[in-house]
Design a protein around this ligand. Sequence first.
Ligand code: 13P
Length: 252
Amino acid sequence: MKKKVIIANWKMNHDFYETTSYLRNLLKIIYENKIHHKKKIIIAPSFPFLHISNQILQGTTLSIAAQNIHQMENGSYTGEVSASMLRSIGIKKVILGHSERRKYFTETNDILIKKIKISLKYGFHIIFCIGETGIDRKKEEHFFTVKKQLEKTIFHFSLEKINSFIIAYEPIWAIGTGNTASPEVVQLMHQYIRSLFLNKYGETVSNDLSILYGGSINDMNARDLFLQKDIDGGLVGNSSLQMKNFLKIIQS
Ligand code: 13P
């Protein structure tokens, strides 16, 4: 049985004190309640707190992910953070392709390919986000959009790299809106995504691939989503900001 993966994407939230006290409290509760072996829990705090966060979680079953990586090795890119910098403080996971990065920071598929390349070079595990807009879905083009996103990014990479990926299906119309996609709608899409990996990379890859759902997950809807056959966990934004809510989602 694959372990469910639950990721907290804190986006641009939580300062130093909030980050460190959240993580210490979360660890304590997770270990006291012996849920640390049952789920794979990953937290993605902001850049300045990755180092201290990683130290707090050292030697535990929880881990830290960065929310972004720059596509170049190093150089004159004011304000950016490289893969080697993150590796030098022990970070081994990164979220790439998030729709907010695509929208606000114009990350194209070509840039994402570069980001994937440099992340793989430095041995990162990549949580890669895909998902359609509300308009795509209205036009019934959601399957097509998601297929194209994969074909133009991850599907450029060979079979031996694919076990470095976790896929997060995040329909843009569901992110931060309170409009969670229904478990049936998500299951259909996840089944489709898995079939694309089956056709491209074969049965072992497609069976082993973790496909997470993201978009207005909360403690009320998480359980029904996670019960679906092809939903291997969640990428949680707003509802991960309060530890109590995030814990309820973990326990769903
Ligand atoms: P919300 O859970 O706030 O909708 O955000 C989802 C998300 O973007 C996670 O990456």
